[in-house]
Ligand binder design. Structure first.
Ligand SMILES: [Fe+2]
Ligand SMILES: [Fe+2]
Length: 387
């Protein structure tokens, strides 16, 4: 075996040990070997710190041939190109996926053993809070992307809990209250796991019996959780009431108005919003503005208007990058959010009210221009037509 082939074996041993796929380069010339090794690390690992760590380790194998100065130079140059080719995943993506993974484990354990793993739920709570405190804006955009790896139930529970927690965070709930809300939200649809798949996936109209079975997911999980004595009455109440409607038209008890617990009201809004913005295998994600418009048509019937208003103030409907039309007919691009008033972001005007293209020379801060407001969010094709 040549010296370079020996080196290749050493590198592959290292990859194997660190769960990185092996490489089989046609050309084992030293420089090529080094570049292929680095590309392999970037391709298979998305976390920047881990990439850097493995790259440094692998470069040690080459130091004796190139000298440490040269190898560091190669490494720095390659990293720049590789970062462009294989963009890193941010920490929030990792954290979010971690939560989905852990929740999927929680469901699996529950289905196999009936055990409710509270420790696991608590560790998910800790990480979700981190996610919200540091990455609120990114995560809400990111959660709309469809993920094949997880069931729609897992995604729904995590996403709606994130939305509910954003509400708690905006309202500055105490840690105890926030955690109670989180537990209730993470458990709210657990009863759905016991509803047979053929009913959940049935195309066409459900029979009354089938519909009643679906509706029973609230009561069945309530009874089950009560028996475990693991949760407070507040958690149980929120779980059983999450399908009650403000006007009394919901289920299971047809409670109305103030009879419904605050946490159940928050979960109901988060639940409905999540269903609108998350992509599923059968439909694409809706943007937040359309999702909220959909919910607004229902607001008096289903939701407590007071809570709905807080919710509107919490989630910015116009994330940066949205194309919007203002009430004076000008069109612009949202470039920044005013945290205090998310409904009134910063806009870079692209077309003025007279139809003149200005391509971003005018910036309007809606928080300061009270006479202006957003009337519509445009999709790209609508914008191209106007352009
Ligand atoms: Fe439900
Ligand atoms: Fe739900």
């Amino acid at each position: 075996m040549s010296k370079n082939e020996n080196l290749l074996v050493k590198i592959n041993e290292y990859f194997l040990e660190h769960h990185i796929p092996a490489i089989y380069p046609e050309n084992t010339e030293l420089k090529n070997l080094f570049q292929v090794s680095l590309a392999n690390i970037w391709k298979s690992i998305t976390h920047q710190k881990k990439r850097d760590l493995h790259a440094t380790e692998v470069s040690h194998f080459f130091v004796q041939f190139f000298g440490s100065d040269n190898i560091n130079k190669f490494l720095a140059e390659s990293a720049i190109n590789l970062n462009k080719k294989y963009p890193q995943e941010s920490d929030y993506v990792e954290l979010y996926n971690w939560c989905l993974n852990q929740y999927a484990l929680f469901e699996k354990e529950y289905l196999n053993t009936e055990h409710i793993n509270v420790d696991l739920l608590e560790s998910i709570y800790d990480q979700l809070m981190k996610l919200i405190q540091e990455n609120q804006e990114n995560i809400i955009s990111y959660m709309g992307t469809f993920r094949k790896k997880f069931s729609s139930h897992t995604i729904h529970e995590i996403n709606s809990t994130i939305i509910a927690l954003m509400f708690a965070y905006a309202k500055e709930y105490s840690e105890e209250r926030t955690k109670t809300l989180c537990m209730a939200s993470l458990l709210h649809d657990l009863g759905m796991l016991k509803v047979p798949d053929d009913i959940l996936n049935k195309e066409g109209k459900l029979t009354d019996e089938e519909f009643n079975l679906i509706k029973s997911h609230t009561i069945s999980i309530y009874k089950e959780l009560k028996l475990t004595k693991l949760f407070t009455e507040e958690v149980l109440t929120a779980v059983v009431q999450h399908h009650e409607h403000y006007d009394g038209s919901g289920y299971p008890q047809k409670l109305a108005g103030e009879k419904i617990s605050d946490f159940a009201k928050i979960i109901a809004i988060a639940d409905a919003f999540e269903a609108q913005i998350s992509a599923r295998s059968y439909r694409r994600t809706k943007n937040r503005y359309l999702a909220m418009r959909e919910l607004m048509t229902d607001v008096k019937k289903s939701f407590d208007p007071k809570f709905f208003q807080t919710f509107l103030n919490t989630i910015s409907l116009y994330p940066p990058g949205s194309l919007v039309q203002l009430n004076d007919d000008s069109i612009g691009l949202v470039t920044g959010i005013n945290k205090e008033v998310p409904m009134r972001p910063l806009i870079k005007i692209l077309i003025t009210s007279d139809g003149i293209k200005v391509n971003g020379k005018i910036i309007v801060d809606l928080a300061r221009q009270n006479h202006l407001y957003i009337v519509y969010v445009l999709n790209k094709s609508e914008y191209q037509k106007k352009n």
